[in-house]
Write a new protein. Structure first.
Length: 117
């Protein structure tokens, strides 16, 4: 029974990489509304990244980390610029951009495709 694979065509390592990336994406979705889970999601991806090397899902981990770091940096700038109102527009744009990248990642990974395919 241990040789059965829930995702046909995936190796056991690829299946684990996919599952861990899905967990990270899920945590990031929660984090878009709660904050702390955004950080937990990227930490999960960083911890599990080495296990996904050389699988078709490796670039999903890069997507998760890139989305996190750019969102963090642009959000800091947005909070600073909020004093000048333009920051609110930047924060909204960052939220939309992050949502797009996470949804795109989920759409690709559930189809067993790399992020950049």
């Amino acid at each position: 029974m241990s040789n059965l694979r829930p995702n046909i065509g995936l190796t056991i390592v690829e299946d684990a990489a996919k599952t861990n990336a899905l967990i990270a994406y899920g945590l990031m979705i929660l984090g878009m509304f709660t904050g702390i889970f955004w950080l937990i999601g990227v930490v999960w991806a960083m911890v599990k990244r080495d296990e996904a090397r050389e699988t078709i899902f490796a670039d999903h981990y890069a997507n998760i980390m890139t989305t996190f770091w750019w969102s963090l940096g642009l959000s800091i700038i947005g909070f600073i610029l909020a004093f000048f109102v333009v920051g609110y527009f930047l924060l909204f744009a960052v939220w939309i951009w992050s949502t797009f990248r996470i949804i795109k990642g989920l759409a690709k990974i559930t189809s067993n495709k790399p992020y950049h395919s």
